[in-house]
Design a protein around this ligand. Structure first.
Ligand SMILES: Nc1ncnc2c1ncn2[C@@H]1O[C@H](COP(=O)(O)OP(=O)(O)O)[C@@H](O)[C@H]1O
Ligand SMILES: [Mg+2]
Length: 241
């Protein structure tokens, strides 16, 4: 086996370290971290005229499955879907999938006018969908798709009442449809820090979908890690540290 393969030194691999992003051709750009979520870390270039944003979605550690929500967002894009972020996959780092997208103002805030009012409608529809879902059903994976459908129906009513634009409904529907190809465990969810605005002040659905199953797997893995930590501590204490 060539040494390059053993060391993971493949030619289409990006790297992010010590405040720089390195491209496969060896070029580097200075960057700084601008945000971090459960799955992704976002960086923006510094000191260049055109600010570029790179988002690294960390690979999961077995037995937790990967989160494909950024891939879903990339697929969902389409003509007239003005509320979707422009996401493009660039390649991989040694431990993450790397995407590039424009810089959006995050989170959506009360000062954001129409965008904030639209967020409030989305939140209301989400709360309503949750209330309409019996507790027992909330633990099964397929509830993701069902919750999304209930949210879409509610948003559609608000389009009819002229409370939100039809393009917002169309954008959400494209995300749900793209997500359905990945599994029924993907569900819409709205938090201000997962929503932004573009330079025209339009609401941008930055990170509106997640896998109920992957989040549960992460919680179980984290609880196990805590348990084994306390086991180790107790053992140490018994052995007089
Ligand atoms: N295009 C962007 N412009 C500005 N900030 C961003 C952008 N993409 C991500 N961020 C920031 O990074 C955080 C994490 O990204 P997000 O897509 O929400 O990942 P996760 O799936 O881990 O929640 C966001 O909450 C936001 O603060
Ligand atoms: Mg997020």
């Amino acid at each position: 086996m060539p040494l390059a393969v053993l060391s993971g030194d493949s030619s289409d691999v990006f790297s992010i370290r010590r405040g720089n992003i390195q491209f496969p051709d060896g070029k580097t750009l200075p960057i700084k971290q601008i945000g971090k979520g459960m799955f992704a870390t976002a960086y923006a270039t510094v000191g260049t005229k055109n600010k570029r944003v790179f988002v690294a979605v960390r690979d999961s550690v077995y037995p937790v499955e990967n989160d494909y929500s950024k891939e879903i967002m990339e697929e969902a894009q389409g003509k007239g879907l003005t509320h979707l972020p422009k996401v493009k996959k660039l390649g991989d780092t040694n431990n993450a999938a790397l995407y590039e997208m424009p810089f959006y103002k995050v989170p959506v805030r009360a000062q954001d006018g129409a965008a904030w009012q639209q967020y409030k409608v989305l939140k209301k529809c989400q709360d309503q969908a949750q209330r309409l879902t019996p507790y027992a059903e909330k633990t099964y994976d397929g509830v993701g798709y069902e919750l999304s459908q209930k949210i879409l129906s509610c948003v559609q009513l608000h389009v009819a009442a002229k409370k939100v634009p039809r393009t917002l409904y169309n954008s959400l529907k494209a995300v749900v449809d793209a997500g359905a190809n990945y599994g029924a465990e993907y569900s819409l969810e709205f938090f201000p820090k997962n929503l932004g605005t573009d330079p025209k002040g339009r609401l941008i659905l930055l990170d509106p979908i997640f896998s109920i199953r992957v989040v549960r797997q992460r919680q179980v893995a984290a609880a196990r890690k805590m348990d084994s930590y306390w086991e180790r501590m107790k053992r140490k204490q018994r052995n007089g540290w």
